[in-house]
Design a protein around this ligand. Structure first.
Ligand code: ADP
Ligand code: MG
Length: 314
């Protein structure tokens, strides 16, 4: 179990993580989802004990990552964002070296190395030099190095970044498999990716957790039904009264107020209704000026807006 309690991380005066808390249970596969700069790597680095938080604490299977750093580190296999590999070693040499580094028992070392090479599909290329491998294969080498000490918890930072679609599919299915025996945390900025692999998703934005939920529930929240977003001049009350007046419109909700005072509304319609058309004409009748109108596609940005607006689901 990983217990993250009120973690704040400051780099100078900049707050990268702002009082985040969550728990990850044994056997779970959890995804950190968020745009670049959200704080995913920082969170992972704190859990793994590579950097120290400014406030709060983290317990990894009961071990405090600061006070019992050695023990908590021993529970975790960590694959950082930019895969560090010794390119002049062969695959087998590298995994063997990682086994030594992680103090895998001499007697079982050989067996363990072969086991993880097999698990990661690298046994057929174990004598190849790492520098001659494809990016996807290198990623698997890194994963093998992480797995060799048989950690209970795997932390994988953006494991599919830079891979081609076929390699991505391979790594994802490998991670799914690993999830059967390990607790896994992975990070990604792709909503569909974490949905496919993870039991739960933690959405991080600007150093704060904005949602923790199952992929199913999150997708329901950002589903691309018949929805449009309309930005108008400050006319909140007038727009609210239109809720029940426009044929085919199910709901109108204020999403955000922009700095210039303009307001964005989310408008939901029945499936067969051309929302652009009815909203445009009805708003015109009421003299509400439409500054922007866009259809919802389930981008991360829209998901965030929606989830933040709803006050999170923690
Ligand atoms: P993510 O992994 O979600 O892309 P990071 O955790 O790497 O985000 O970064 C979170 C924020 O903290 C970013 O704004 C980043 O610029 C900042 N940051 C990360 N590491 C440092 C550092 N060593 N010094 C200063 N700022 C940092
Ligand atoms: Mg990162």
């Amino acid at each position: 179990m990983i217990e993250v309690k009120n973690i704040t991380k400051k780099y100078g005066s900049f707050t990268a993580l702002d009082d985040i808390s969550f728990t990850i249970n044994d056997g779970e596969v959890v995804g950190f989802l968020g745009p670049n700069g959200a704080g995913k790597s920082t969170t992972m680095n704190i859990i793994t004990g590579f950097i120290e938080q400014t406030e709060g604490h983290v317990l990894v299977n009961g071990f405090d990552t600061v006070k019992k750093a050695k023990k908590s580190k021993g529970e975790i296999g960590y694959m950082p964002e930019n895969v560090p590999l010794y390119v002049d070693l062969t695959v087998k040499e590298f995994v063997n070296y990682m086994a030594e580094l992680r103090k895998v028992n001499r007697k079982v070392k050989k067996e363990r190395v072969q086991k993880v090479l097999k698990e990661t599909g690298l046994d057929v290329m174990q004598n190849k030099l790492i520098k001659n491998l494809s990016r996807g294969q290198k990623q698997r080498v890194s994963l093998a190095g992480t797995l060799v000490a048989d950690p209970k918890i795997l932390i994988l930072d953006e494991p599919t970044v830079g891979l081609d679609p076929k390699q991505i599919t391979e790594i994802r299915s490998l991670i799914k498999d690993l999830g059967k025996k390990h607790t896994v945390i992975l990070s990604s900025h792709i909503l569909s990716e974490v949905s496919q692999i993870c039991d739960r998703v933690i959405i991080i934005n600007k150093g704060k957790i904005v949602a923790i939920d199952t992929p199913d529930n999150l997708e329901k929240k950002v589903s691309t039904n018949n929805v449009i977003y309309v930005t108008v001049e400050d006319n909140e009350q007038k727009v609210e009264t239109l809720k029940n007046k426009i044929p085919g419109v199910i709901d109108i909700n204020l999403i955000k107020t922009n700095e210039d005072g303009t307001k964005q509304f989310e408008i939901k319609g029945q499936d067969d209704v051309n929302l652009n058309k009815v909203v445009f004409s009805e708003f015109a009748k009421e003299n509400i000026v439409i500054l922007e109108m866009k259809k919802l596609d389930a981008t991360l940005e829209d998901a965030f807006m929606k989830i933040i607006k709803e006050g999170g689901t923690k």
